[in-house]
Design a protein around this ligand. Structure first.
Ligand code: BEZ
Length: 212
């Protein structure tokens, strides 16, 4: 059965562009982003890995470790990283997993046979420090993902984990956030000293708690 939100992300050992890793050991207490791409030496994937490399500092600030994956081998990955660095003006520092036997792709349901029998689709998982899956997205091969959106989701997930708030549609850093339904309004007023605006009993906003 495929993974669902809240499930524990399966551990694995893998060959990668930076050497052999154990997934859980690599993550330690960090958040993790594991994302697949269809194949090395392909144009959309080249831009995606370039954008991810550009955002490496942003991921590090958020205590997020990133891993890419395809079913190509380590030597292919290493050669292609040279092209990514050259054409996208970056230094890819995160590992690219070589899942040649497709064991990880199978465990994470990254091969959708009616899209491609052999290549992984663009799956992406955000994994919390307790190793539970917090977000999953799946894009087709022809559409590159927006990695600024991935950062935005990480920020939302970390706000929920740390402050018991949710984020409204199109929320951006600094916008007001939503008090989660599990918190009673009287408790919310005590918990959020910046104030609580009650629009409806179930729709309550508070300024972003970790922002001055
Ligand atoms: C790409 O990454 O550019 C790509 C890969 C497979 C199919 C279409 C595009």
């Amino acid at each position: 059965m495929s993974l669902r939100l809240g499930d524990v992300a399966p551990n694995f050992q893998a060959k990668t562009s930076i050497g052999d890793i154990d997934f859980y050991e690599f993550l330690g207490n960090s958040w993790g982003i594991l994302f697949s791409h269809p194949a090395d030496y392909t144009p959309v994937c080249t831009t995606e890995l370039g954008k991810t490399a550009l955002l490496q500092e942003e991921f590090a600030k958020r205590n997020v470790k990133v891993l890419a994956l395809s079913v190509d081998g380590v030597e292919n990955h290493k050669g292609w990283i040279g092209d990514i660095n050259e054409t996208q003006h970056v230094t890819v520092g995160f590992p690219i997993i070589a899942d040649e036997d497709r064991a990880i792709a199978t465990a994470y349901d990254m091969i959708h046979p009616n899209a491609s029998a052999t290549m992984t689709v663009r799956s992406l998982f955000i994994i919390a420090p307790d190793k539970t899956v917090k977000l999953m997205i799946v894009y087709p091969a022809s559409t590159g993902r927006n990695f600024n959106e991935i950062l935005r989701v990480v920020d939302s997930l970390q706000l929920t984990a740390n402050y018991s708030v949710a984020t409204p549609a199109n929320w951006e850093e600094g916008d007001d956030v939503i008090v989660v339904p599990a918190i009673k309004t009287e408790d919310a007023i005590a918990k959020f000293p910046k104030g609580v605006t009650v629009v409806k009993p179930y729709l309550r906003y508070t300024p972003q708690p970790n922002k001055d």
